[in-house]
Design a protein around this ligand. Structure first.
Ligand code: SF4
Ligand code: F3S
Length: 111
């Protein structure tokens, strides 16, 4: 099992999650983060830290697509362990439907 970052993170990217992960398994894209499923130890500490409720355990039904995306991009995006300023307009994207269309495959800057 692993925890998964879902589409709710896209364009919010608050980064509170990275500060609490004991194994530093978050990876940064241009507008969202992902969790490396082979590195996550399923501690669950990050889930309540996300202000927009973007992190879920993979036991939640229907997350297969996001689990695959986390696994794919965790291999190629840079590691992130230190929170920076979130996007200035993150509140406008909190809870917005259709955020999947906003996903960017580009890497973020990492630590
Ligand atoms: Fe890190 Fe624990 Fe969250 Fe997995 S569940 S990403 S190990 S904080
Ligand atoms: Fe994304 Fe929530 Fe972390 S918005 S960057 S999963 S704190």
């Amino acid at each position: 099992m692993t925890y998964v970052v879902t589409d709710a993170c896209i364009r919010c990217k608050l980064m509170d999650c990275v500060e609490v992960c004991p194994v530093d398994c978050f990876y940064e894209g241009e507008n969202m983060l992902v969790i490396h499923p082979d590195e996550c130890i399923d501690c669950g500490v990050c889930e309540p830290e996300c202000p927009v409720d973007a992190i879920k355990p993979d036991t939640v039904p229907g997350l297969e697509k996001w689990l695959a995306l986390n696994a794919e991009y965790a291999k190629i995006w840079p590691n992130i362990t230190i929170k920076r300023e979130p996007p200035a307009d993150w509140k406008e994207w909190d809870g917005k439907p259709g955020k999947e269309a906003e996903f960017s495959p580009k890497p973020g800057q990492g630590d």
